[in-house]
Every structure is written in C-alpha cells, then in structure tokens.
Design a protein around this ligand. Structure first.
Ligand SMILES: [Zn+2]
Length: 252
C-alpha cells in the first residue's frame, strides 16, 4: 500500500479527476490533502477538504489548517477534528507570514497533543518574494519540539543533506517527509540511497510525500520512482510508503 502523506488541494481547479488519475498512474492508494489557512492564500478550506474525504473515503485523508491570528482558530481546529474528522494540522509559516515560534501557537499545539494529531510544517524552499525564508527554518521545529515534547511535528521537504532537518529529527516527536528534496537527490545520485537513508537514520519516522495537486498530479509518480528503487529492505520501504503514516494517524 502507498499513502502520499503530503498533497494539496488548490482553489480554482475543482476537478479532482486529474488528481485521482495522477494517483492511479503512480500507484498511490491514498493521499493526505492539506489546506493552508486562510483561504485567501489560494487553497481550499477545511470544510472543502472534509467534504472531499467524505466523497472519496478510500482515496483521501484530510488535514486542516488554521492561522493563529484568527481569534477563532481553536474553535476551527476543534470543528475540523471533532466534526470533520480531519487528522492533522498543516502549517506553512512563510506564506502564512507567521513564525512557528509565535506564542499564539501554544494553545493550538496543546490541542494537537490532546487530539494526538501531527503538525505538518513547511520548511525549506520559499519561492514567493513576499514570504520570509526566516519562517521556513527547520530549527524552529527543533525549538517547538523541545517546548512541546508531546506534540508530533513533521518537517516537510526535509532536506536529506541539510544538517538542520536531519539533526532536528533527532527528537522522537519529529518526523521527516521526503517531499521534493529526497527524490530530487536520489534521481541525481541514485548510488547514495542507503547512505542517505542511514543519514536520515530513522526508518520509523520517514514519510513518503509528493506535494502533488490537481495542477501537478504527476509529482506522485516522479517522486516515487527513485524511492521505489532504493536499496533498502522491504520492511523499511513498507514503513516509508505507508506504515509510518498509518501509525502516526492511527489508520488501520
Ligand atoms: Zn505543503
């Protein structure tokens, strides 16, 4: 089984069939879809994700997103988890223009601990000129992982050769997703596969993700190709492709 642990639903293209086709072509069974709050940023809202999961319960798992400047963020998180059944919180600090260290995240992370849902945090590349790279630093995840040792964080786009993401994943409550960066490096240097996997070091906390969306459904297949070819054990592959995310999200 293959679960893509990091995909997006963008506004302006409600045609889900291209997304599903991309999943089928890649051999992906299920995708975790993420909004980014607020909707003005160009992603669909939590309710849309919930409806999508309801419509395709065998294909999609949903995360929610909130912004700490929203005074009702905590209510929205509660609604997203309790009423909508969403299974994680997605944050993109640079495009949300907020630091992960912002104290307003405190009660939000406490709620994530209570619900036992992970927080998927964008780190690394920031293409928009209006967005601050300073907010995309995985060192911020290190800080929050120490402040909230019971909160589970996922470093998105964890750079496999970047000292920081790999070191931050020293924390037992920190996971790394392979989105973009790992597949890119494995495509360029396939012979580095086992070294790279060793360097990332923790086969129970690495998650396959592709960052696909309706406009780029092909990313799942291209990200999977070099990962499938890795010279790691079948057991490690099973954990990478579905086992770890299933455990994290309590999916049977
Ligand atoms: Zn993302």
């Amino acid at each position: 089984m293959i679960i893509d642990s990091h995909t997006h639903i963008r506004a302006g293209n409600n045609n889900i069939s291209s997304f599903l086709k991309g999943m089928d072509e890649a051999g992906v069974d299920m995708s975790v879809v993420c909004p980014i709050a607020p909707v003005e940023l160009g992603f669909m809202d939590n309710k849309y994700v919930a409806d999508l999961v309801k419509q395709y319960p065998d294909r999609f798992i949903g995360y929610c997103s909130v912004h700490p400047s929203d005074k009702k963020a905590l209510d929205e998180l509660r609604r997203a988890v309790e009423d909508y059944g969403l299974k994680g919180l997605k944050l993109h600090p640079p495009i949300q223009n907020v630091s992960l260290l912002d104290p307003r995240f405190g009660p939000i992370f406490e709620a994530c601990i209570d619900y036992d849902i992970p927080v998927l945090v964008h780190t690394g590349p920031v293409y928009s000129r209006n967005a601050r790279m300073a907010f995309a630093d995985s060192v911020d995840v290190d800080e929050m992982a120490i402040r909230y040792p019971k909160c589970k964080f996922i470093i998105a786009h964890g750079h496999p050769f970047g000292m920081d993401p790999v070191m931050v994943a020293k924390h037992e409550n920190v996971y790394i997703d392979t989105t973009s960066t790992t597949s890119e490096y494995l495509t360029m240097f396939p012979q580095l596969d086992t070294m790279l996997y060793d360097w990332m070091r923790r086969d129970d906390r690495i998650l396959f993700g592709s960052d696909s969306n309706q406009n780029h459904p092909e990313r799942a297949a291209s990200d999977l190709k070099p990962l499938r070819a890795m010279r790691i054990s079948d057991e490690s592959k099973e954990k990478l492709f579905s086992g770890n995310i299933k455990q994290l999200l309590h999916i049977k």
